[in-house]
Write a protein of this length. Structure first.
Length: 287
């Protein structure tokens, strides 16, 4: 199939490594292998698919490093390798200037966020970035978002320091999730909070008509009072639920006991009302 342009093998029980023969399909533009049982590493031969625009291999058992040869795929627009077992650092993919979506979340990636990713956010066509649920460290750098970037997710990593002052929203819906890291700083000045000035879980409003959602709660030394209130409410609700369940259980046992008692008393009364001569007659006839 030398002229094959699209290959969908997703959501199957395919096992084993990705065969090298796939990398000989040089006209391929879309390769989807997600939600399979594929294992092993991603071969450096992936760079043979130079016309590839979409590479989706997520929710598999892919492991090892992300090959730097992906950098040769200059037409790539969608790179989705999330929910695998990939490790090591994020490779230098400086030539992927056409990327619209980059999702490497739910892996074991470490190190810091490479500079080229900030360049893609500031100057490229990147719309969605998701590096969440990894082991990425270091501090965030300035991002002056363009009209292209709509989401920036780096939650559940080991990022630290302060949130850059120029990390801000501009005239459109923009979603930032920085939660579950190790940031230790006040709310950035560019974020005007709608309610409590000390709260870190309020929406960030840069323009009344264009809401930017900021989520930076659950960071080191930066948990809001609202979060504590929510925890208290959660505990109270769970306690009430347990009491209700126990009450219903006791009520159910009481009903069973009453029914058993009625049954026992009724049988006893029946036995008392039977004529003993009749019973004796029946015994004689049986013999």
């Amino acid at each position: 199939l030398p002229n094959l342009k699209t290959l969908y093998l997703n959501s199957n029980k395919i096992i084993g490594n990705i065969p090298e023969s796939i990398f000989s399909l040089t006209e391929l533009e879309t390769l989807n292998l997600q939600n399979t049982l594929i294992s092993g590493t991603l071969s450096p031969s992936i760079n043979k698919l130079t016309k590839l625009t979409t590479l989706s291999i997520y929710s598999t058992y892919l492991e090892g490093e992300i090959p730097e040869t992906i950098n040769d795929l200059k037409n790539l627009q969608y790179l989705n390798l999330w929910n695998n077992q990939l490790e090591s650092t994020i490779p230098e993919l400086v030539d992927l200037t056409s990327l619209i979506e980059l999702n490497l979340s739910k892996n074991f990636l470490n190190g810091s966020i490479p500079d080229y990713i900030y360049d893609l956010c500031n100057n490229g066509v990147l719309k969605k970035l998701d590096l969440s649920n990894n082991a990425i460290k270091g501090e965030l750098k300035n991002i002056e978002t363009t009209n292209e970037l709509t989401s920036f997710f780096v939650q559940k990593n080991f990022l630290s320091g302060c949130i850059p002052e120029l990390f801000q929203c501009k005239q459109y819906d923009f979603y930032i999730d920085l939660s579950f890291n190790q940031f230790n700083c006040p709310v950035p000045s560019w974020c005007s909070l709608s309610a409590h000035e000390s709260s870190l879980c309020e929406p960030c409003i840069s323009d009344p008509n264009n809401v930017c959602t900021l989520k930076i709660c659950d960071n080191l030394d930066s948990i809001s009072e609202e979060s504590d209130d929510n925890d208290t409410e959660y505990i109270v609700m769970n306690s009430l639920l347990i009491i209700i369940i126990l009450s219903l259980s006791c009520f159910g046992l009481s009903i069973i006991f009453i029914l058993f008692y009625i049954y026992f008393v009724r049988n006893r009364n029946i036995q008392k009302s039977v004529d003993p001569n009749f019973i004796e007659l029946e015994i004689v006839n049986t013999e």
